[in-house]
Design a protein around this ligand. Sequence first.
Ligand SMILES: Cc1cc2nc3c(=O)[nH]c(=O)nc-3n(C[C@H](O)[C@H](O)[C@H](O)COP(=O)(O)OP(=O)(O)OC[C@H]3O[C@@H](n4cnc5c(N)ncnc54)[C@H](O)[C@@H]3O)c2cc1C
Length: 289
Amino acid sequence: MTPFEFLLPYSLEEALSLLDAEDPDIRPVGGGTAVMLMMKAGVLRPTRLVSLQKIGEQHSAVTVGGDGELILGGMARLADIERHPAVREKWPLLSQALRGVANPRVRAVATIGGNLSHADPHMDMPPVLAALEARIIVTGPKGSRTVIAEDLCTGYYETVIRRDELITEIHIPPQSGPGAYLKMTTRAVHDWPALGLAVVLKMVGGQFDQASIFVGAATDRPTRLRHAQAALKQNGLEESAKRAAAEAAVAEAQLMGDGHGSAAYKSQLLKVALPRAIETALRNGRSHT
Ligand SMILES: Cc1cc2nc3c(=O)[nH]c(=O)nc-3n(C[C@H](O)[C@H](O)[C@H](O)COP(=O)(O)OP(=O)(O)OC[C@H]3O[C@@H](n4cnc5c(N)ncnc54)[C@H](O)[C@@H]3O)c2cc1C
């Protein structure tokens, strides 16, 4: 293994000062679960790792703001978010989806900042946070900026985050209606998804108004299914509307084959998953009220 520095800064400012916009071999480390795998596989040979473990407890906090938004520190661990009583009560889609990410050992150390920055297209959380209309606060040497979760990933392992920036917070508005995340795996349930589908049904006065639908894992980034959304907006949630939305989803999504299945197989998965996700969301809504 090539020797590298492992630095442990004690503040966000110090951590930022140790990153370098021009150097891809200098990396921040959250939980380290993805960094270590990449190093073992030889695809990452860092010269410097900047651990975020000691930058301050406030960066690991899970809180509800005065305006009712959920605020996750960039270093909040997946297990702490999943188990937080406010998340379970008011953002059930988030806690449900988190329970299916990897396994308890990974969730106990992995951070939400590391999870979102990694940008493997098979990650479960990016489509879920996009459907929940989350905003990601990214901090760099010149201050902070906001990235809409939908715009975070730009391709295979690529995001809009610069090398000298860190994800410091995620803001999630109140869940606007019942939701579901369907993780379609080809082996064990906790495996990486062949296709992930996040659906939030927005209700107005108790009636369905519109849906927010994102597909992941079968595309190179989480992708909003606009035509499927439009089909539901126009026709409601009748059986025929759900089937029409599924047909629209298959026609519009640029699905890609990989080790978890061919593009043709994934398109069959999508066709089955969309009506099922809507039904699951409605069932979740009934059991939650
Ligand atoms: C056995 C196993 C099974 C898995 N299965 C699944 C699965 O089913 N579904 C799924 O979604 N994921 C799965 N994963 C992936 C897992 O979710 C990620 O490894 C984890 O979320 C990454 O978080 P981390 O804090 O450990 O990131 P790290 O490994 O610390 O970092 C990951 C990347 O993000 C960068 N980074 C870290 N923190 C920040 C920050 N705050 N700001 C900017 N950049 C940062 C790092 O430089 C690195 O490039 C699995 C992982 C393992 C090991």
